[in-house]
Design a binder for this molecule. Structure first.
Ligand SMILES: [Zn+2]
Length: 299
């Protein structure tokens, strides 16, 4: 059989090409829709031109449409030590080096109660989401010109707490230098969890970043459970919220996952930004806009 001329080859594939074209048009339309959604959000974000487009996020409230309930066991501390704008902030993921150990973190409601598959078989769901939020916080924090970085241990299981590469060991060293150490966590589901809030570090005076995070997320008692290992080494433990519906469903749903993570990270970065270079009396107010004295009583 002689070779088919080029024009005939094109003709023979006319139908497949039109199908491909249709699918390309659909893809472009869908991207345009996504872009338009993001642009709506970007109009709502600060117009300094340096920020990546932000999705539209739920307005903070208590109880919160994004985080759920704040800790049902509130603390009354106030953070007043000023933090400089260029203070290094190190963001860690809770339980990043303790998988397969007693302190592996919560499996979450979906796995723990509904017997759904974990997001990643190597780790508890809490760590999976801690890592996602950690990465988003660092990305958004850098866009806000914060001096912010991530620390991740080299292995998911490090049995010796005093190994130099654990979160705890790194926190002890870096906190002594004056770095602010923030460890991202999700709390257990009901009735075991308490809700969102900051368990502040115990090795230093409470500062304006603690104060700002306490306003935005709530405050756990300073000596929660008698004083945890992380806070004793300089870690501020931020419980984002209980790992249960509706927050957990929004995280697990592929259609809402990215926006949910970005909105959670934005809450954290907003609070960090307000916490640096400010005394608590000078506009460090969280979404409620109340002063620290009255707000500290309700967590
Ligand atoms: Zn945790």
């Amino acid at each position: 059989m002689p070779p088919i001329p080029a024009w005939m080859q094109r003709k023979r594939v006319t139908i497949p090409i039109s199908v491909i074209l249709l699918s390309m048009v659909a893809q472009v339309l869908s991207q345009a829709k996504e872009q338009s959604l993001l642009m709506q959000g970007s109009a709502a974000a600060k117009s300094d031109g340096t920020l990546p487009p932000q999705p539209v996020c739920p307005t903070p409230a208590n109880p919160d449409p994004l985080l759920g309930a704040r800790t049902r066991k509130p603390g009354r501390w106030v953070g007043t030590t000023p933090m400089a704008k260029n203070s290094p902030i190190v963001v860690m993921a809770g339980h990043a080096d303790s998988q397969g150990m007693d302190s592996a973190g919560t499996p979450g409601f979906a796995v723990g109660m509904k017997r759904q598959a974990p997001m990643d078989a190597r780790m508890r769901d809490e760590l999976y989401w801690n890592l996602k939020v950690q990465a988003a916080v660092v990305r958004l924090g850098k866009a806000r010109a914060l001096k912010i970085s991530a620390y991740n241990p080299p292995a998911l299981t490090i049995r010796n707490n005093n190994h130099p590469k654990t979160n705890w060991s790194q926190a002890r060293v870096r906190s002594a230098k004056g770095d602010y150490i923030l460890e991202i966590h999700f709390d257990a589901y009901s009735p075991y969890g308490f809700g969102s809030g900051l368990i502040p570090a115990l090795n230093r005076p409470l500062n304006t970043i603690d104060e700002s995070l306490g306003k935005a997320f709530g405050r756990f008692p300073r000596l929660f459970r008698g004083g945890l290992g992380g806070p004793r080494r300089g870690i501020g433990i931020l419980e984002i919220g209980m790992l249960e519906p509706p927050l957990e469903q929004k995280l697990r749903n592929p259609n809402t996952q990215r926006q949910t993570i970005d909105c959670l990270a934005l809450r954290v970065v907003d609070a960090l930004e307000k916490g640096v270079n400010q005394s608590p009396d000078e506009g460090g107010n969280g979404p409620q806009g109340s002063d620290p004295q009255t707000n500290s009583a309700d967590g």
